[in-house]
Design a protein around this ligand. Structure first.
Ligand code: NAD
Length: 247
């Protein structure tokens, strides 16, 4: 197999749809052996036909499942922590249960995945960890994204901390901060607002380019951060947001 990731292995969380799925496909196309994981085994199944991809059901909220997984497979060269959940609401609309759920899925799951696989990466003196943040984080405040933005800011801090602690050990850690990306859960969020077309127009209007991002565009950044081309990059929070924050 040739490609920018030839000879490398990857583990991806939340691979069954959206950015995670597009990233599995892009990394496999570039020659990586990819273990695609998701809580939903049925939704993962179509990826079984893709060369270089193996599947594993994994709920990243389940600490024991993560530990068992890490005990069964060698640490990958690339760990893409993609799982995350968008809670809609202000601080007053975020009760304790919603707060805990988002911290658990958006932050603690990454902490657990990194603790599970980093020792093996250190044994090999190599690894690229890619964590899914968002521009709705420490980059910018977005309306009704209180706990989402809080957790995604934590992802950036977590990423920088891992990057600095292991910078001399061959480990890189970078975070990705997309604007609004056209994924299945985005459509659910649009439908949940009642008037789908109005919600869609509102999401698009905050993107100065006048369109949503695509999962494939984000996947290209995942490949880039995974590849040896970015061997000198670590501790970054990279924005790709159609100009939302900078144009
Ligand atoms: P999505 O939300 O459409 O899909 C999420 C996937 O996560 C699903 O396949 C689901 O089965 C899986 N999942 C849910 N709970 C899980 C769990 N406990 N364990 C394992 N898998 C679980 O995908 P998306 O919109 O592409 O979002 C992916 C990531 O990108 C998230 O972290 C999200 O916050 C981030 N992000 C998305 C956007 C966007 O606009 N779509 C923008 C910025 C950042």
């Amino acid at each position: 197999m040739t490609g920018r990731l030839a000879g490398l292995t990857a583990v991806v969380t939340a691979s069954a749809q959206g950015i995670g799925r597009a990233s599995v496909l892009a990394m496999a196309r570039e020659g990586a052996k990819v273990m695609a994981t998701d809580i939903d085994a049925d939704k993962l199944e179509p990826l079984s036909a893709v060369e270089g991809v193996t599947l594993r059901q994994l709920d990243v909220l389940d600490a024991q499942a993560i530990a068992e997984f890490a005990a069964q497979v060698p640490a990958p060269d690339i760990l893409f922590n993609c799982a995350g959940y968008v809670h809609n609401g202000t601080v007053l609309a975020c009760d304790e249960a919603a707060f805990d759920f988002s911290i658990g899925l958006n932050v603690r799951a990454m902490y657990r995945m990194i603790r599970a696989f980093l020792p093996g990466m250190l044994d090999r003196s190599g690894g690229s960890i890619i964590n899914m943040a968002s521009v709705a984080s420490s980059v910018i405040g977005a309306p009704n994204r209180f706990i989402y933005g809080t957790t995604k800011a934590a992802v950036i801090g977590l990423t920088k901390s891992v990057a600095v602690d292991y910078v001399t050990k061959g480990i890189r850690a970078n975070a990705i901060c997309p604007g609004t990306v056209d994924s299945p859960s985005l459509h659910e969020r649009m439908r949940a607002q009642g008037d789908y077309e109005t919600a869609r127009a509102a999401f698009i209007s905050r993107q100065p380019m006048g369109r949503l991002g695509t999962p494939e565009e984000v996947a290209e950044l995942v490949v880039y951060l995974a590849s040896p081309e970015t061997a000198f990059m670590t501790g970054n929070a990279i924005v790709l947001d159609g100009g939302w924050t900078n144009a």
